[in-house]
Design a protein around this ligand. Structure first.
Ligand code: DI6
Ligand code: FE
Length: 400
């Protein structure tokens, strides 16, 4: 197939703003992109291809949501109300609400119910041109319930045209039955569960929540040592509410990403830069928690730390299933440019998931593409609550 007469934001590095090709074409064979370039340069070999006229519309790589917790039971509207009456996120967590309340609802739900609920959020993302979603465990907190969440996540591609990557986040909270004994929880659930889930093929990466209300850097080190021994890449929720040096610890283990990062200091930025760790920015959580300290965007730019943007879709701190709104918030709340926001949901999101085959439009990449009813890529980030997606290709096939 040959897509013709499009404005193509390839998002390839070093090819000018957005890697933009004004009057472009994309040749696709099977699942993959064969070639992308200007209309006048289309190789003769492709002239016989079935053509599809874009009529000047914008094409981007399909979007990638590289940080979500979108498999969970119940919701936290009551907690939302409590926060509006003055309770803080941390107070609610310490009083047994927050993450722990979602754990009860998730343990009670069966796989089919969790799947049906998750698909409503997956559908919202797909409708905005998303083709790859990372999904974390972390609301089961027993070996069996964590594996249940990941089995549900692994089943999503049987029902929708989307790629899912699964992350082991058993180190998300210490469940009530462990009465605050994080070490015992690591020994009996997080570490042996990682072995089992890995053996079942349920894990693509390992994450943790490094925070006063969750796990200390010493705890996370144990999680990362285990992941490393299994050959699994790591990432970390770090410096979201306080600065514990989590991002530097993640960088020490060559982490794919450190995520949130509102309280990151200069040393943390430098450590991430040296390790090539992606900064995953989550403006939905910043907004929901009415955070006032933004992550050090200028520091990331200065030190060449790649920045990704994701929804953090979860029932508590970011009940957000719109990647376009996450991009808009990244611009308005974090002062990221529209180009950086789009790189954050394409090229850099792919890097945060270690995907070599997605995130830009170039020969050899998967033909996962989003076609938009706009002329310029800045329009994607600029609009609030407008979805201008026209069509989506998943593995070279129109799905929308
Ligand atoms: N940080 C977050 O923003 C989510 N998890 C985490 O470690 C919030 C999870 C929740 O509140 O349910
Ligand atoms: Fe998160």
């Amino acid at each position: 197939m040959l897509l013709v007469n499009g404005s193509i934001a390839t998002m390839e590095l070093g090819q000018g703003p957005y890697g933009l090709i004004d009057d472009g074409a994309i040749a696709i064979a099977g699942r993959d992109i064969l070639w992308a370039g200007s209309m006048q340069d289309v190789p003769k070999d492709y002239h016989g291809f079935e053509t599809h006229d874009l009529n000047g519309r914008l094409v981007t790589p399909a979007l990638i949501d590289c940080h979500t917790h979108l498999v969970f039971g119940g919701n936290r509207a009551a907690e939302f109300e409590a926060r509006l009456s003055g309770a803080s996120y941390e107070e609610i967590a310490r009083a047994g609400g927050g993450i722990v309340s979602t754990v009860s609802a998730t343990r009670q739900a069966d796989e089919d119910a969790l799947l049906a609920d998750a698909l409503t959020r997956v559908d919202a993302l797909i409708a905005e041109g998303v083709a790859t979603i990372e999904i974390k465990s972390g609301y089961g907190l027993t070996i069996e319930d964590e594996m249940k969440m990941l089995r549900v996540a692994r089943r999503i591609p049987d029902h929708r045209e989307v790629r899912v990557l699964c992350t082991w986040l058993a180190a998300h909270a210490v469940p009530q039955e462990f009465d605050g004994d994080a070490e015992a929880y690591l020994d009996r659930v997080v570490l042996p569960g990682m072995d089992q889930a890995h053996a079942m093929g349920l894990i693509d990466a390992v994450d943790g929540f490094c925070e006063g209300i969750a796990f200390s850097p010493a705890h996370i080190r144990r999680v990362f040592e285990k992941a490393t021994s299994l050959g699994l890449p790591v990432k970390l929720h770090a410096e979201q509410l306080t600065n514990l040096g989590g991002a530097a610890l993640a960088a020490e283990f060559g982490a794919l990403s450190a995520d949130h990062l509102e309280y990151l200091d200069d040393a943390g930025v430098a450590a991430m830069s040296k390790a090539g760790t992606v900064a995953v920015l989550l403006p939905g959580a910043f907004y929901t928690l009415r955070e006032t300290q933004a992550p050090p965007i200028d520091g990331f730019k200065e030190h060449g730390v790649p920045m990704a943007v994701a929804t953090d879709c979860n029932p508590g701190s970011s009940p957000l299933a719109s990647i376009l709104l996450a991009m808009n918030m990244a611009a308005t709340l974090f002062h990221m440019t529209p180009e950086a926001a789009l790189a954050g949901t394409t090229r850099n999101a792919a890097a945060a998931l270690k995907l070599g085959d997605a995130g830009t439009i170039a020969a050899g990449k998967r033909a996962d593409l989003a076609i938009w009813d706009v002329r310029h890529p800045a329009e994607l980030t600029y609009r609030i609550g407008f979805n201008t997606l026209s069509q989506r290709l998943f593995e070279g096939v129109f799905t929308q």
